[in-house]
Design a binder for this molecule. Structure first.
Ligand code: NAD
Length: 283
């Protein structure tokens, strides 16, 4: 199967990054968001990032304009009718994703593959909301998408070999490295990473150390490029909480219980970098 045109759904930090990488690799991209303002902001962020890369001499002005030319905003989900692949990157919530996939199944051409960038939700369950479960797959990009090389490819119970192969080829065309993983809560990346972040939050909650000191310990002592609390702010504390809830429910094991401080921050609207405040403050 040949993929030429891609719709990315959700123009937040992940969706905008995915759209940028797809357009930069020569694909025609429609960027859709239910929120017009978020869509415009997503496109502006892409243009700003590319502009900075031109200033730093990482890409030419021609590459920037070719990438921007490959990107078109879409305000209607039914624009998907002309696409071969959809990559969904809306918020990490099963009800929201299920609704999007039901609509996509209705509007997307029969041959189209429907991929989700979910961080932790079961691909098998997302696939079951459609009449084409064999064409549904997980394509889990890492943040920031233009920089990080890994894409976890998650096969649902019914994902076909043909779908898997097409997505593996596509991932390579995006100059990313695909790693195949089974459909288990948190897959590999977040099953390991997010409980570590949750434990870092517990150390702050229990007064063992300040966020700055926890981050210092992990940077200087464990050679992590970024401390876990800085990383949590960067991922989004709401996303971290969703993932812990998925792990807690999926494995039924109390070792995955979300830290009360994480819940409190999310309730306060302290979602990390994207809201201006998390464990740190951002201007
Ligand atoms: P975000 O909050 O930055 O963006 C989500 C976007 O989706 C918003 O612009 C919102 O308006 C839009 N949206 C919500 N419901 C929609 C709908 N029904 N139709 C169309 N648009 C809708 O979130 P994000 O951090 O970009 O995360 C998106 C997805 O990527 C989540 O599933 C998340 O788990 C996953 N993910 C996140 C990270 C990370 O580090 N943040 C990493 C890998 C994967």
């Amino acid at each position: 199967m040949v993929i030429q045109k891609v719709m990315v759904i959700g123009a937040g930090q992940m969706g905008a990054g995915i759209a940028q990488v797809c357009a930069g690799s020569g694909f025609d991209v429609l960027l859709h968001d239910m929120n017009e303002e978020a869509m415009q902001k997503g496109l502006e962020n892409i243009e700003k990032r590319l502009g900075r890369n031109v200033e730093k001499g990482k890409i030419s002005a021609e590459v920037k304009s070719a990438t921007m030319k490959g990107l078109s905003p879409s305000s209607e989900l039914k624009d998907v009718a002309t696409c071969d692949l959809v990559i969904e990157a809306v918020i990490e919530n099963m009800d929201v994703k299920a609704k999007v996939f039901r609509e996509l199944d209705h509007y997307a051409p029969k041959h189209a593959i429907l991929a989700s960038n979910t961080s932790s939700l079961p691909i098998t369950e997302i696939a079951a909301t459609t009449d084409r479960p064999e064409q549904v797959i997980g394509m889990h990009f890492m943040n920031p998408v233009p920089i990080m090389k890994l894409v976890e490819i998650i096969r649902g119970l019914q994902t076909s070999d043909e779908t898997y192969e097409a997505i593996k080829v596509m991932t390579n065309k995006l100059s990313k490295t695909p790693v195949e993983v089974k459909d288990f809560p948190g897959f590999v990346s977040n099953r390991i990473l997010v409980p570590m972040i949750n434990e870092a939050i517990y150390t702050v909650y229990e007064g063992v150390a300040s966020p700055e000191d926890v981050d210092q310990v992990m940077k200087l002592g464990m050679n992590h490029p970024m401390g876990p609390l800085t990383l949590a702010d960067f991922i989004g504390l709401d996303t971290c909480l969703y993932i812990m809830e998925v792990l807690h429910e999926g494995f039924g094991d109390s070792k995955y219980r979300p830290c009360p401080l994480l819940r409190q921050y999310v309730k306060a609207g302290w979602l990390g970098k994207k809201s201006g405040r998390g464990f740190y403050q951002y201007s």
